[in-house]
Design a protein around this ligand. Sequence first.
Ligand SMILES: [Zn+2]
Length: 254
Amino acid sequence: MYIDTHTHLYEEQLNADETDMIQRAIDAGVGKMYMPNCDSSTIAAMMRIAAAWPANCYPMMGLHPCYVKDNYKDELAIAEAWLAKEKFYALGEIGLDYYWDKTHVAQQKQAFATQIDWALQHKLPIVIHSRESTQDCIDIVRGKQNGQLCGVFHCFSGTIDEAKQIIDLGFYLGIGGVVTFKKSTLPDIIKETGLQHIVLETDAPYLAPMPYRGKRNESAYLPLIAEKIGDVMQMSREEVARITTANAEKLFGC
Ligand SMILES: [Zn+2]
């Protein structure tokens, strides 16, 4: 019924009750969960979960921009080797992050471009992390868009103009718990774009939706995000689930 397009199920804060947590999500109707990778240190735990839940939990491969440091070429080589030997469902998460640290912006851009090229070679979607860097990410995607590139701007936090540019590129907007926060501008953006280009995500264990804001997030909370979007769009939670799940199937099948 629901697809969580972005959840870090392997994070340490989720280890203690991992099996129960994943089962809670499935019981809540979240039948598929897509796991973005961060760097070489997160691969083993992610692959272990993917092997334990083959019908529910799907891994991505990629180097997260916050983990692009001086050794990024070594990290990229590890990701590339994994891509060659295992099945992954996207390149992710990849992109640019200007919020935490701008020391390695040039390297971030290089790593992003390289991984987009891999996505095109492997015919995989890309899952983009764009914190305070949405327009730069859009410009890089536009430069690479040859009609074959597809993907999602995960945890979209840009303007309505940026949302429209992303949709024009054939990309999806990933919407999570932030839409439930009081001062969020996302409800207005969604009203204007409609749901045809929206997919749902939790980004667990981060960014829990209301009423769990500030607490540990988990994929079982995804229906709370659908509920809020339903309020915004004046439709039922089930209708939101139907549309966004179809979008997510298209995204990961593109
Ligand atoms: Zn993430």
